[in-house]
Design a protein around this ligand. Sequence first.
Ligand SMILES: [Zn+2]
Length: 288
Amino acid sequence: MWQRLKNKIPYVILATLLLAAVFVWLAILESAPGDKIKISFLDVGQGSAILVNAPNNNQVLIDGGPSDAVLAKLGQALPLFDRKIELLILTHPDSDHLSGLIEVLKRYDVGQILETGIADSTAEYHAWNDLIKQKNIPVVFAQAGDIVKMADDLAIEILYPFGKINGRDFSKNTNSTSIVGKIRYGKNALLFTGDAEGNVEEPLVFAGINLKADILAVGHHGGKNSTSPEFLAAVAPKIAVIQVGAKNKYGHPAPEVLDRLKGLDIFRTDMDKDVAFECGLAICQKER
Ligand SMILES: [Zn+2]
């Protein structure tokens, strides 16, 4: 036990140091107090895409799914003449998260990008980086402690990675580089973890970081190596949303994960299609 503990002490120290370093970097537009935000888990097939729409029309898109399917979803979700998405977050550069974001970059005016900037040699990731350069979009490399303020009472707080990892090569273990963050609105919180698995969940729990959230975007499409009982206990969500494609070849979501989620309200994009919540400062309600 002590050996395990000792191995993790650097994580704890790093996490504590970095969580103290907070910075805020998104322009805030006026919004009336008490206005609602909308969080939509878009049905993009086997992949992830979460759209946060603030009452001041600031939007954040967290991942874009595996194809251009996200474009039709954005067309429905955004106001008619709103061609600007204030922030794109790429949790990690796997194609079921990245491909759709490339299509979004081509067709929308994007304010800023938050990503890890890890080294990755896929053609898609090159295309993504080329487009960003071509369009001159500011990029911030995520690290714990970053806070993106989107509107009054609405902020995104980054919890992982503990430090910047841009330029580093994770040789195909990209899931372990996933950005983990919390969307906070009034008393509500939603936790997203990309495709993070146990080796990310464990240090987050061990470092004692406040993971509590009403809504959990279930990690790695419900894969069995994510959403450990300890992690789930630390998040203590009421609602779990699984972004997953029907009849996918990975067998997501894993039956054991569904078992661990028992007792929560569970929504799945393969069955429920788009899953959206309207959140006031006090409570979030599922849209019908
Ligand atoms: Zn994925």
